[in-house]
Ligand binder design. Sequence first.
Ligand code: FE2
Ligand code: FE2
Length: 205
Amino acid sequence: MDTETTDSPTAGELGPLATALLHEHHAIDRGIEAFTAHSSGVSGASGVSDAAAKLQAWFQPLREAMTALRRHIYLEEEIVFPSLRTGGLMMALMVMVREHAALWQAMDNLDAQLDAIGGAAAPANSAPSDAALSDAAPTQETIDALIADCRAMLSLLDDHNSKEEPVIYPHIDADADPETLARLAEFLDSGHMPEGWVCQGLAKQ
Ligand SMILES: [Fe+2]
Ligand SMILES: [Fe+2]
């Protein structure tokens, strides 16, 4: 089976666990889009602490989406894919793992940008000053770069999901062994990615 893009299945066309993963795709997209839609960020801040708080509030949906995406990649690579790695899906799964690595690197890059901006906006020990406030507020150029990188990641996600949903997901509920399905259901309900886990495409390097 190749990985040519075909129409993505809708929730009603997939089994319950694949549908849960499909919903995760949509929730992650919405989180990133919520971030890019509010790029005014710290406008209207009345001090360094206020500016820092506004920045953290603006970052929140993107940080949550990236936490969800790393967890999603973890459960696919550690729980779902091993049970489907037979016959016709081998090549498609290799492509998925390679694309996860590109997504992971895009997230690492975004995290570094958020940390750099958030660090500059950390409240100073001394009384807030106009100079400190202007240091705290990211420049329009910095914001534009961040938004452009988010849009690039959304495009990577769209490209990835538009293959994964029609090629891989129909096999999950149908072909994975019962033990895998039970483990996946439990993880979806309450599982956490282990601290420090890195996607397989980067861990091998
Ligand atoms: Fe996925
Ligand atoms: Fe994936």
